[in-house]
Design a protein around this ligand. Structure first.
Ligand SMILES: C[S@@+](CC[C@H](N)C(=O)[O-])C[C@H]1O[C@@H](n2cnc3c(N)ncnc32)[C@H](O)[C@@H]1O
Length: 271
């Protein structure tokens, strides 16, 4: 299936997609974003954060560093009023990009790094060693529910994690677990893929998104997997819906402070 068909069918969820195609709400696109074709034969392959993905994760994302750095600059600015020796919970820390950035800018902060993927967390640990701040980090391989209880945190980060919860109630439970670990008024910085998949904007942005990922060196096979998962294993919801989920999970109204194509980030404070 080539990308035009893909954009016209697979990314539009269920009946809505069929309705939109029939009603010709969306014009045919003349722009083909990549030279190759996408196919969906691997549509059921899950995105797994195993050894192979972990070892290539940083290199590929480094090619998109300017977009990530803009997010981090704003994240640091939002969190700039935290105490001198703040405690920060990094949920789904992966290879540690957000933790490293915060640790470098706030030399007295302490971090708890949580991730169920051993291969990702190992790299995070290695980065912390190389940068010399292991003594300010606690690493927890697993999910939040098995993290030992301790003093409440001043802030939590949760970047590109919650969209992996396909069910809204599970996503809400996840955000609520984070809220339970924060002090009242503590910050949540979260980012997710978010867009109204039924909108013209989504179809347009998706083309640029695919172009950006392939230009950054993501293999076509991975880009296919990512795109095929949107609206399925990866819950790409409209921003208002993500905000409603966060707000119903123990936080005040989230404020969107960043957008890079399909990625949006919010800050919110525990009620
Ligand atoms: C796309 S990566 C993001 C990593 C990092 N936050 C970043 O922005 O580079 C998603 C990470 O979330 C982790 N993850 C998935 N489900 C999780 C859950 N329920 N709780 C905590 N981490 C989870 C995965 O293992 C993976 O390392």
């Amino acid at each position: 299936m080539d990308i035009l068909n893909l954009l016209h069918s697979s990314f539009l969820p269920g009946k809505t997609g069929a309705r939109l195609r029939e009603s010709k709400v969306f014009p045919s696109y003349a722009i083909i974003p990549v030279s190759g074709v996408l196919n969906l034969t691997n549509v059921n392959d899950k995105i797994v954060f195993d050894e192979a993905r972990a070892s290539s994760y940083d290199k590929r994302n480094d090619n998109l560093a300017p977009t990530r750095d803009a997010l981090f600059l704003l994240m640091r600015t939002v969190l700039g009023d935290l105490p001198e020796s703040a405690r920060v919970l990094c949920v789904g820390v992966g290879t540690g990009a957000e933790l490293i950035d915060l640790a470098q800018h706030f030399p007295n902060w302490h971090f708890t790094a949580v991730d169920p993927a051993a291969a990702m967390l190992d790299i995070c640990r290695k980065h912390a060693e190389e940068c010399g701040f292991t003594s300010r980090c606690t690493f927890h391989e697993g999910y939040l529910d098995s993290l030992p209880q301790g003093e409440p945190y001043d802030a939590a980060t949760c970047l590109l994690v919650s969209h992996f919860f396909a069910q809204r109630d599970e996503r809400s439970k996840f955000f609520n677990q984070i809220a339970q670990r924060l002090r009242p008024d503590g910050y949540l910085i979260s980012s997710d893929l978010s867009c109204d998949m039924n909108s013209h904007a989504y179809r347009s942005i998706l083309e640029i998104w695919v172009r950006m990922l392939t230009t950054a060196g993501f293999p076509m096979e991975d880009v296919e997997k990512f795109c095929a998962s949107y609206g399925r294993e990866t819950a790409v919801l409209p921003p208002q819906e993500v905000e409603a989920i966060i707000e119903s999970s123990g936080f005040n109204s989230p404020v969107q402070f960043y957008q890079n194509l399909l990625i949006r980030a919010w800050y919110s404070r525990r009620q």
